[in-house]
Every structure is written in C-alpha cells, then in structure tokens.
Design a protein around this ligand. Structure first.
Ligand code: NDP
Length: 453
C-alpha cells in the first residue's frame, strides 16, 4: 500500500499489507480483548479516552502534517480536524456513563424492569480518506466507551493516518486488541464481515461501497451503520442577507477542497435575489487561495487523488453539455498535483450530472427557483438525504422550511456540520443509522430488557 502526496504526485512511503493469516490473528486478538474490555469499569474506559484526547492535543501538528501530506488537506483545516478528534474523545469520556446507564422503565407494579446497554463485540469500521482522522474517531470514541473493540479498514490512500490512529490509542494505554488497524484492500472486507468473531460493521464512503457492505451485513444478520454520500441543498430565500450568505456558502462548499459528504452542493436560489447572490458568491469563490496545502494561507488544496479529480472534471463536462453555464473555473490546474480550479456552474438543469450525482470536489451548482414551493421541491428532488440548509432573515420561516427537508441534518442560517453532541446521519441513499451523541453510542449495543419479579 502506498502513500502518494496529491500535491506533488510523489510517493511518500509504502507499507506492507496484512495477509489472511494477519487478519485471522487480528480477529482472534480482538475477540479476546473484548472479553476483558467489556468487563472493565466505564470509569477506566473513560480515563483512557481522556488520555487519548490529551495525546491528540499534544500531537496536533504531527498528525495534521501527516494528513496534509497524505491526502492534501490544507494544514489549518487538518489541525482543526485533530482537535475535533480530541473533542469527541472528551465528549464521550464525560457523557458515556450517563448515556449507557440502566434505564428504569415502569411496567407491572410488582416488577422491577429496566433496559441495560451491553456492548456487542468487535466492530469493523470501513472509513474514507476525506477526514481520515475525524471519520475514524467518531466511530472509535463512542464504541470503545461502550465496551466494544474496533478494527479499522481505512481507505487505501491513507495508510499512514490509519497507523497513526492505532499508535495514539496504544500510547494512551488502550489494551492490546482494543483497537487494530488492518492494511487490507476492500476485496477482503466481505470475509471479515462474515467472520463469526465480528459483531457489526460501519462504513462511511460512497453509495456503491455502502450497498456492498450493507448487503453482506444483511446476509449475515449483523447490524450495520452506513454514512454515505450527499448532495446537500443550500437554499437561499429572497430575504437572506446576500453578502454574508454568499461568504458562508463558499465555505460550506469548498472547505476540505469540496470533499465532504455534508458540503453544500446544490445552491437553490430565489429568483428575486438570484443575480445579486451569484455575483457575490462568485466573488467569494474567486477570493479563495488555491495552492500548497502546507502553506498557512491556503484555502483550497489538491484533491485527494488524480482519478477523483478526473471524475469531477467529467461530471462538470456532462453538466455543461446538458445546458449549465460556467461562471468560473471548470478545468484541472496544469502542472503537478491533483488540483482542480474552484468552479461555479449556474442555471444547472435539474436532471444533469451535477444536480443528480454527488460532486465530491470544488464545484458549486446553482439552480434558480421562483418561490418557496419550488425551492423545497428542488431541494428534495435527489436520491440523497444527508444534510440541508436554508438561509433567511426570518427564523420562524427558516424553521418551518427546514422541517420540510428530507434529510438527516437540517440547519437554518448555519452550514451543515457535525458536532459530537448531536446525532449525525442521513436518510434515502445517504444511508442509515446515526453517529455521535447518545444515538451514536447506542448503535452497536444490545438494549437488553431485564424483568425482575
Ligand atoms: P469509496 O466509497 O470507494 O471508499 C470508502 C471506503 O470504502 C474505503 O475504505 C474503501 O476502501 C472502502 N470500500 C470501497 N468499496 C468497498 C467495497 N465494495 N466493500 C468494502 N469496502 C469498500 O470512496 P472512493 O475513495 O472511491 O471515492 C469515490 C466517491 O465516493 C467520491 O467521489 C465520493 O463521491 C464518495 N465518497 C463519499 C464519502 C463521504 O464521506 N460520504 C467519503 C469518500 C468518498 P479502498 O480505499 O481500499 O477502496
């Protein structure tokens, strides 16, 4: 397995992959580690998560640089990602005991009835490269707190990050086998899901990967959580403050070089302010600095891999052929690295590639609508249902509108973002299940009814 710096195309490192024997050993280690880990006190598990948070804070620069080199994330955003991982560890260190305490439920007057939340066992996590630390930690923190143990199959282009995650958990004192990284290809995942020693599987990634993993988990009758793609609408109503909304919109679309499942992808703009908004939005997009991701001033780095850049270029070409207009960008950047110009497409047809597929890179699609009814109709006219936002000066109007979104995360006057305190996940082809908050920690537990008479 190789790490290739997407900013330069140069090979950074290569890693020995794990073979069938290694996988078998890892599963055995996970199984025995679980027996001990589940019987440890919650307080002990929480202490180790606190220690993990502390180490992440101490190593912010080291891990941020690793991410920046391996998948091209601008360095300042990489540091923020490591800090957010520390936050999610702290959050569950503080809240897991309360979230998983026995729940007393009144039933017959002469019975004591309650629900206890027991861990399930080794959970396989299949994770993507776009937030290589965060996606893994939002699985790790709640699951290790709950008493499960983790096996990580990370994306093949971020093996360095995958091993660093294992390292920080080991350094924090997690017992052997509580968390292990497997450097394997996706073709080996089916057998692992089918293995009796694995109790469940979670995947963050594309719809195709989600279907494959969900199918196998279903066949094996194992619980699964799927956090898949999105094509989030960003609805600008006629009373939205134009400059401020355009600024937030550019950030919502282009942070992490546009490679985020919850990035705003379809800008649905009321006709009354369409021209003014588009002008302000293009100004904001053009003001962002594209460049070397190790540079502190860079807003937009390279895409994570050249093939992903080429796929995006193809989507843009197909959208232009369908009748969209190109206001800025629209080309790969010449020279080394997987760079793509920040791009704004307007008058995007509702059935074109950019309106119907997930665009995973720095391209915004603007769609004109004539009223609120059409706006919600276009917003929900997608196979995805992850996040959605609406922008307006009237908070009541915004909330009424937001409740009509067919999505898991609905925001008024704020960009869609993940927060350890709130559930995260989608509907429709964006997947099922929830991560984070008390909902996330209860995904891979046995909600056990106990009746004492
Ligand atoms: P993938 O969905 O292919 O990769 C995500 C993870 O799933 C990786 O660990 C990958 O392993 C693994 N995987 C892929 N196929 C399977 C499978 N059949 N069975 C089990 N595991 C599998 O994403 P890509 O990197 O190929 O990106 C393609 C597109 O996916 C993007 O353009 C974007 O649209 C979407 N995507 C969405 C993400 C999100 O957060 N919603 C994150 C990443 C991508 P390996 O790397 O070894 O193939």
């Amino acid at each position: 397995m190789e790490s290739i710096n997407p900013a330069t195309g140069q090979r950074l490192d290569s890693y020995e992959t794990h073979d069938a024997d290694d996988i078998d050993t890892a599963l055995g280690t996970a199984q025995s580690a679980f027996v001990d880990w589940r019987s440890q006190s919650m307080a002990h598990r929480q202490t180790l998560l606190e220690k993990t948070a502390q180490l992440l804070e101490e190593r912010v620069d080291e891990y941020a640089e690793l991410m920046t080199h391996e998948m091209g994330k601008p360095i300042e955003q990489a540091r923020a990602e490591v800090r957010k991982c520390a936050w999610v560890c702290e959050y569950y260190a503080e809240t897991a005991a309360e979230q998983l305490q026995d729940e007393l439920i009144e039933s017959d007057s002469d019975a004591r009835t309650l629900v206890s939340y027991d861990p399930l066992g080794p959970i396989l996590a299949i994770m993507p490269w776009n937030f290589p630390f965060w996606q893994a930690f939002r699985f790790i923190a709640p699951n290790l707190a709950a008493g499960n143990v983790g096996l990580l199959k990370h994306a093949s282009n971020v093996p360095g990050c995958a091993l660093a995650i294992e390292e920080v958990l080991q350094d924090a004192g997690m017992p052997e086998g509580v968390f292990q990284t497997l450097l394997i290809s996706s073709s080996e995942v089916d057998d692992i899901i089918s293995d009796d020693r694995v109790a469940g599987v979670t995947l963050t990634g594309s719809e195709g990967a989600g279907r494959a993993v969900g199918q196998r988990a279903g066949q094996q009758l194992k619980p699964s959580v799927l956090e898949l793609g999105g094509s989030d609408p960003f609805v600008v109503l006629d009373d939205a403050p134009i400059e401020a909304t355009a600024k937030r919109g550019a950030f919502a679309r282009l942070q992490n070089t546009g490679q985020s499942c919850i990035a705003a992808k379809r800008f649905i703009v009321h006709d009354a302010i369409y021209d003014d908004f588009v002008e302000a939005f293009v100004d904001e997009v053009e003001a962002l600095t594209v460049g070397d991701p190790t540079d502190e001033d860079t807003d937009i780095g390279p895409m994570a891999r050249p093939d992903l850049r080429d796929d995006l270029d193809d989507q843009i070409d197909r959208t232009l052929e369908a009748g969209a207009e190109l206001l800025t960008g629209g080309e790969a950047v010449d020279g080394e690295g997987a760079y793509y110009q920040p791009t704004v497409l307007t008058e995007v047809p509702r059935d074109s590639a950019a309106a119907t597929e997930e665009t995973f890179g720095p391209v915004a699609s603007v769609i004109r609508v004539s009223d609120e009814t059409e706006a919600i109709d276009v917003a929900n006219d997608t196979d995805f249902g992850l996040g959605a936002s609406v922008w307006t000066s009237d908070l009541d109007r915004g909330e009424v509108f937001a409740r009509q979104f067919e999505a898991g995360l609905c925001f008024v006057n704020e960009l869609v973002k993940s927060d350890p305190r709130l559930p995260f996940g989608g509907v429709k082809n964006s997947g099922y299940g929830r991560e984070l908050s008390r909902h996330g920690i209860r995904e891979f537990v046995n909600a056990k009814t106990i009746w004492v008479q």
